[in-house]
Design a protein around this ligand. Structure first.
Ligand SMILES: Cc1cc2nc3c(=O)[nH]c(=O)nc-3n(C[C@H](O)[C@H](O)[C@H](O)COP(=O)(O)OP(=O)(O)OC[C@H]3O[C@@H](n4cnc5c(N)ncnc54)[C@H](O)[C@@H]3O)c2cc1C
Length: 461
């Protein structure tokens, strides 16, 4: 829980003066009214006091800011759009008040390189802005997620965000050709050449993807682009069980145009409908829903319809061809996070389990939390990725512990796509061996011997 937000600082603070010289007076925020939105997360479940917020405008300023903070031993929290869901981009409730280093002014969008089909952008560019900027050149970026209007490219790389189109394009790491980043000692590494082949030692881009701001501050990224596919069709399938959804998925995956397969249940649909005043998608209520979308250079609706007709487990289907109709169907799934949040601060556990364990795991979780919290379960079917959201838990730590042990027992991961952040440091050992954690800690201390970048994130202090 949040204990305090946006503590002010004394005037005459030497660090403030030094940072103001680097980024200008308007780039340093100390007034609690201005820092408040940087110190608490999207869920309202994480946050704490901040010394100040600094907003550099380019890579050189980021490097100088990092050097100035390092010289004073002040912890730095890199922050993008602050849509992260594991508390990694906001201060901890206790400990030395850190500097939040906001990257949202790094919004440069370079020209598209049509031959390499790549683009270099600032870390602070929001995903939706990037996609809008390249659309008229017939290009798209492979990763998409519901927080697209605020989530930044830097934050997405730092968390190796997954999202809705992983089954077709992979996670963010797979869509990045290179990065520029500032190391904790202020040195800048530049891997923006975007060479598809370059085996000269360690892959630093791959290492920083998913490092959650603990190893370096990402300032620019070289992104791989994909052709914009103009023909889309979406379908919301009504099913009796997640087992039936998996049977449908096996057949649907034969379609090369398939790019999205998202599941949710009747209770989640009811919540979203009540929150957003949406009409029911079907006359009857069903236990399980699967939202699928296909995209291609030619209209994929005939091939999708042919598969749906074959699937006798599909009890009903709503098909959408136009953009507005597709968005109407997508809203039933995409509004889950927002609708759950509106109920209060949820316990959010983003996990993956092996596909053959999915159905049993979902039933186990419901049984485990019965009478202790209200569960809302939904997620990305093709990766066995479940967003376990629990509302009203009186004993959240104990419940999280039980659910995550269950995940580990079936060979899953305690974090599918949101990262470890501050939320799951305690359970890292359930998904990583002692040898792996020691190797990761060795990398952390080699790059950040002072421990100034995001202390308490991924690893417990
Ligand atoms: C409605 C909603 C839906 C979402 N759906 C998905 C989804 O489908 N899939 C998914 O993976 N996530 C999802 N998320 C989570 C979130 O959007 C992603 O984690 C996103 O990648 C975070 O980007 P951000 O810019 O907001 O990062 P922030 O929240 O600001 O930061 C996240 C982490 O990255 C670090 N960081 C940020 N920028 C940098 C940088 N430039 N350099 C170094 N470290 C940095 C921070 O320190 C922190 O540890 C969702 C969130 C919301 C609110």
């Amino acid at each position: 829980m949040i204990t305090a937000l946006g503590f002010g600082i004394m005037s005459g603070d030497v660090l403030v003066e030094r940072l103001q010289k680097i980024v200008g007076a308007s780039g340093v925020l100390t007034d609690p009214a201005l820092t408040a939105s940087y110190t608490t997360d999207f869920t309202g479940g994480f946050g704490g006091p901040v010394r100040l917020v600094v907003r550099p405008g380019d890579t050189a300023e980021v490097a100088e800011v990092v050097r100035a903070c390092a010289a004073d031993g002040v912890p730095i929290i890199p922050q993008g759009g602050n849509t992260g869901l594991v508390g990694g981009g906001v201060p901890a409730p206790a400990g030395p008040a850190p500097v939040v280093l906001s990257l949202t002014r790094l919004t440069e969008i370079g020209p598209v390189d049509p031959i390499a089909r790549q683009i270099t952008v600032g870390a602070g560019v929001p995903l939706a802005t990037l996609r809008a900027a390249i659309r008229d050149q017939g290009l798209d970026f492979g990763v998409d997620l519901a927080a697209r209007d605020s989530a930044t490219i830097g934050g997405m790389i730092a968390t190796n965000a997954g999202g809705e189109r992983v089954l077709r394009h992979g996670t963010t790491r797979a869509c990045v050709a290179g990065i520029e980043a500032v190391l904790p000692d202020g040195q800048i590494i530049d891997r923006l050449a975007g060479l598809p082949k370059d085996n000269t030692g360690f892959d630093l881009t791959g290492l920083l993807a998913g490092s959650e701001g603990t190893l370096a501050v990402i300032t620019r990224a070289r992104l791989k682009l994909t052709p914009q596919l103009d023909h889309h069709v979406a379908a919301l399938l009504a099913l009796d069980s997640i087992g039936d959804a998996l049977t449908a998925l096996v057949r649907l995956r034969e379609l090369p145009s398939l790019e999205l397969a998202e599941f949710f249940f009747a209770d989640g649909l009811d919540l979203v409908r009540a929150h957003a005043s949406l009409p029911a998608p079907f006359r009857e209520t069903y236990a399980t829903y699967l939202l699928v979308e296909c995209a291609g250079r030619t209209d994929p609706s005939d091939e999708l319809m042919a598969v749906l007709e074959e699937l006798d487990t599909v009890r009903d289907a709503a098909v959408a061809m136009t953009g507005p109709d597709r968005r109407r169907l997508a809203a039933y799934r995409e509004l889950h996070t927002e609708s759950i949040n509106a109920q209060g601060v949820p316990l959010k556990l983003d996990v993956t389990v092996p596909m053959h364990e999915l159905e049993r795991f979902l039933a186990d979780v419901r049984a485990l939390v019965e009478g202790r919290a209200t569960p809302y379960l939904f997620g990305h079917l093709a990766e066995g990725n479940i967003h376990v959201n629990l509302i009203g838990a009186a004993d959240p730590e104990a419940l999280a512990d039980e659910v995550l042990h269950r995940v580990a027992a079936v060979g899953g991961s305690i974090s599918a796509e949101h990262g470890v952040g501050r939320a799951k440091t305690r359970w890292l050992g359930l998904s990583r061996s002692a040898a792996e954690i020691s190797a990761m800690r060795a990398v952390k201390s080699a790059l950040d011997p002072q421990g100034i970048l995001n202390p308490g994130v991924i690893f417990s202090d």
